[in-house]
Design a protein around this ligand. Structure first.
Ligand code: UDP
Ligand code: MG
Length: 320
């Protein structure tokens, strides 16, 4: 049986909801007459009985339900990545295991995908979480949308659907799962969104608090560098290096002129130290840029493949 749709579900201490969630997914798939699907649960180091319930589900529905257990808690990105690597569907859903999202909305996502999108993200218009979460999240979403240039309202919604090609091109680590839409957009994929309903958490506890936003900002910086400078890191360091280079040499030339004109000693002027520091910094940054470019040459030989949308070759008759 070839699999059409995969559901990838990260689980960390969600013993109360894995079974009802899988029932809900099975119900909507039966209603929509979609039989070729798989549900992959990834147990991300749960310390409760989540793994026991997941294994039980696999025994009950061996063709539909699969399970992956991580050795310890590695975080949501790692769990998702483990699931993506094993997902066989051409269409891949992610949904949180805590039942805050409603699987009944699967058809809505599929319709949007058919409009020609490659990634459709849920938008929790009325988010049922405490204000300590919703307020920073609103600011964070606005900043990310502005910087990344994508008009999405809710980057961090766990309910999303992807065409497989999108995920084949993206490597997840750290906490980059929040930025998959940004990474996908930078690779030229079409990113859309649908409004979804969102329920408050009835069971278990949220795994994230305030600290996620500070870590999120650092990740945003990483993503910006990855999306803008991945293939030309020399430009990032080069620009900074040239700036300090011009500044430093300007300052030093000015001081040398003063010295030649006999307008006083320059050896004890703070400006001299500033000029020397700027020039050294410039040399450092430019050399770092050259090193980064050399590394890119070695490590990205196959990366250009990510940018290919379609290949037409009469001899090979290959298209993607
Ligand atoms: N999760 C995970 N590993 C972690 C943290 C969370 O697999 O280290 C899963 C968690 O079980 C849930 C989803 O990621 O299925 C979203 O987590 P949570 O509901 O705590 O986030 P929130 O809804 O509060 O943003
Ligand atoms: Mg949640």
């Amino acid at each position: 049986m070839s699999i059409g749709i995969s559901f990838v579900i990260p689980v960390c201490n969600e013993e109360a909801t894995v079974v009802p969630l899988s029932e809900k997914i099975q119900k909507v798939m039966t209603k929509e007459r979609l039989s070729k699907y798989e549900i992959i649960f990834i147990d991300d180091g749960s310390s409760d009985d989540s793994w026991f319930y997941i294994k039980d589900l696999v025994h009950q529905y061996p063709t539909q339900i699969k399970a992956i257990k991580l050795r310890k808690n590695f975080g949501k990105s790692a769990a998702l990545f483990a699931g993506f690597k094993r997902a066989k569907g051409k269409i891949i859903f992610t949904i949180d295991a805590d039942l805050q999202d409603d699987p009944a909305e699967v058809p809505k996502f599929l319709n949007k995908l058919e409009e020609g999108f490659d990634l459709v993200s849920g938008w929790r218009q009325r988010r049922n979480d405490p204000i300590s979460k919703t307020l920073p999240s609103q600011i964070y979403n606005k900043v990310t949308a502005k910087i990344a240039g994508i008009p999405l309202h809710d980057f961090n919604c766990g309910f999303k659907v992807y065409r497989k090609e999108v995920l084949d091109c993206i490597k997840l680590y750290g906490e980059l799962h929040r930025y998959i839409p940004v990474l996908a957009h930078s690779l030229g994929f079409r990113v859309g969104e649908v409004a979804v309903c969102h329920f408050s958490r009835q069971y278990g506890k949220s795994k994230y608090g305030w600290e996620r936003y500070s870590r999120g900002l650092i990740d945003l910086l990483t993503v910006l560098v990855i999306t803008r400078y991945l293939y030309k890191p020399g430009h990032l360091f080069g620009k900074l290096g040239l700036f300090f280079g011009f500044l430093g040499s300007g300052v030093l030339i000015y001081l040398v002129i003063l010295w030649f004109l006999g307008l006083g000693p320059i050896g004890n002027r703070p400006l001299l130290f500033f000029g020397i520091l700027s020039t050294i910094l410039a040399v450092q940054l430019i050399s770092l840029g050259i090193l980064a470019e050399l590394l890119t040459r070695y490590s990205h030989s196959d990366c250009l493949e990510q940018q290919v949308a379609e290949v037409i070759d009469e001899n090979l008759q290959l298209s993607r």
